[in-house]
Design a binder for this molecule. Sequence first.
Ligand code: FMN
Length: 181
Amino acid sequence: MKTLIIYTSQTGFTKKYSQWLADKMKADIYDLKEAKKKDAAFFDPYDAIVYAGWIMAGKVVKSNWFLGKADGWRKKRLAVMAVGGSPNDNPDVEVTLKNLIPEDKKPYMRAFYCQGGFDYDKMKGPSKLAMKMFTGALKKKNDDKSQQVAEYISKSYDISDVKFIEPIVDYLEGLNVGTPI
Ligand SMILES: Cc1cc2nc3c(=O)[nH]c(=O)nc-3n(C[C@H](O)[C@H](O)[C@H](O)COP(=O)(O)O)c2cc1C
């Protein structure tokens, strides 16, 4: 199984998951910026291609590039690995995964979620500002849940774990076909 992993990461969590997956699959790994420079023939030898991106406001950053290529790669095993700050059991995760892959691509592509974290030291200015606005809006709400979430996401934390790549490895190795969402 010749596997290629292409990733976009701002603060390092998606890069770390991509590296874990690449080590496990003995895969080639490229930053999206590098992958974009490759011609079509570069992708031909790969049996499986994974796009890994971080989640911003419920969407996987730059996944449109991968989705745009996917029709031409439909005979390969394709997956999107989404990395976010929410814990795996957060109900929003399922909604994000459900909306991630367009209906026409669901028969030949699977989406997976891996919990990452927040790293405010590595975050760029616009992202920091967006998070400040988001937590500010949550704090203005009166319910306890919003206060808890605002508190939780206002500081850096790391809830990443190599175990979360296991379902993706199984899918790539053909041990499970994944569940279309
Ligand atoms: C502006 C902004 C919006 C975000 N929106 C979400 C979100 O909707 N869901 C989520 O789980 N995480 C969200 N996150 C958290 C990131 O996805 C998380 O920090 C991720 O681990 C970053 O990956 P990276 O280190 O590869 O950049 C958001 C982060 C930022 C900065």
